[in-house]
Design a protein around this ligand. Structure first.
Ligand code: NI
Length: 182
């Protein structure tokens, strides 16, 4: 089932999410719905708050990158109760977009590697260092659980340049091809 996307201006995107148990109601169905919603919208990641749920959970699909990065072939996973324990000093600036901010694409600087823990879709605990595109998407999605959006991380100047677009968005003035929460 495709879930409606919450867009900038809706308060759930600015709230701090909470950890869940593996017996969270209909968790497997929710994961499946989030996969479907993300893929339908051509996203590589989708976090709970973006479908109106303030829960510490996100899904990531990197299969679309597998032509250039064979290691991501079939990569489709849920990350439950994720934590970032430490980050590399090395950072890089990469262009990001977000399904909750249609039409906005900006370069964001983030650490290149992060040491994380999480439960996967089967409830198995992981403790690992991530790098490459996975580290990038994980950090973007983790921000959602903290009530943060990538535009918060832009310079004052870049924020000023997109200010009008963001204000218009909160008033429902934007275009996107997927189902949104009204
Ligand atoms: Ni996002």
């Amino acid at each position: 089932m495709i879930l409606p996307m919450y867009i900038l201006g809706q308060s759930v995107l600015r709230s701090k999410s909470n950890d869940i148990d593996m017996d969270y109601p209909n968790l497997q169905e929710l994961i499946k719905d989030m996969y479907e919603t993300m893929q339908k919208a051509d996203g590589v990641g989708l976090a709970g708050p973006q479908v109106g749920l303030p829960i510490n959970m996100f899904v990531i699909d990197l299969d679309v990158l597998s032509e250039d990065y064979p290691e991501y072939k079939g990569f489709l996973h849920a990350f439950i109760n994720p934590k970032i324990l430490e980050s590399s000093e090395e950072t890089e600036s990469i262009e990001e977009g977000c399904l909750s901010l249609p039409g906005i694409h900006e370069n964001v600087r983030r650490p290149t590697q992060v040491h994380v823990t999480y439960l996967d879709e089967n409830g198995t605990a992981h403790d690992e260092w991530l790098n490459g595109f996975l580290a990038r998407v994980f950090q973007h999605e983790y921000d959602h659980l903290e009530g943060k959006l990538f535009v918060d991380r832009l310079s004052t100047l870049r924020k000023q340049m997109i200010r009008k677009k963001l204000i218009a968005m909160t008033k429902g003035k934007y275009e996107c091809s997927y189902k949104v929460k009204k």
